[in-house]
Write a protein that binds this ligand. Sequence first.
Ligand SMILES: [Zn+2]
Ligand SMILES: [Zn+2]
Length: 291
Amino acid sequence: MDKIEDQLKKPLFKNWVKGGLAYKYLKVGLETFTDDAVHEEHSRLLKDTKKKNIEVCNKCSLNNLKPKHEKEFIRQTRQYSCPYRQTRCNCLYSDKIECPKGFCNEIHNEILTNHASNPPAPNWKNTHISEWSIHPWEIAKCFINAPGYIDKKTVNDIDIAGILHVFINNMRLHPYLDCLLNHNDIINKTLQGRNMIFHSPSMELTLDDFTATTDNMITLLKDKKGLYLNENAQKAVENIKQLKRNDIYITTQNEVDVCKEIKQLEEVTNAQQNTLKYISQKQELQKKLIK
Ligand SMILES: [Zn+2]
Ligand SMILES: [Zn+2]
């Protein structure tokens, strides 16, 4: 491994740090817009259930909830299967309990049918079902692919990957963006760029990749449907542009500590477990390195 002073001066390492910082600006820039969208979608759900005379519930558990749909008998395999192709779906078991109010299975069905993947893939591990009626993010978090968000409460707690997933996977939020989501769209490209940077084992980023990634972020933040009018989003555009223009001076108060951190990060890079912890460690490091 290079000496820490040499590492800090390397252009590819600087690009990587700048890339991480750009994603921090992007996250802050998307926060209010995302939070508003998540709250509006939650209000819509509550309004729709109210129209159906369904009262809210906070008593059910996801392990026992009988879903709104029924299992289907497949002639060819002579077996029952979930019509939404969910493996281990509660519809396959006869001992599941209906929500006494009909609220939880209604919302469960909305999450399932609004998920953009084929088959739909809500992440039930991220949510507290008992809070669906009061906390909009408990519903939104079902659209985040990765686990680890169960105890996250507000948009500030959600990292950039989570924010992007919420838009990509919840079809009800697609109308908030002008870009057409087709796996090769600006929001998916932004997510891919984020993964490239945060999973980079070498902690290096080429100038071309830095430029492309930050250009994508700016395009997203200037989305014509509404983001271009959002004050925080436009502040983020300015911050990212400034980052693109300027060199950065990487400094460290305690070189030994930073060196140790880089070493630790390298050790866990290939371990697939603890991904969130790994990323937050990297982000901490980036914060420390940038004046
Ligand atoms: Zn099912
Ligand atoms: Zn219930």
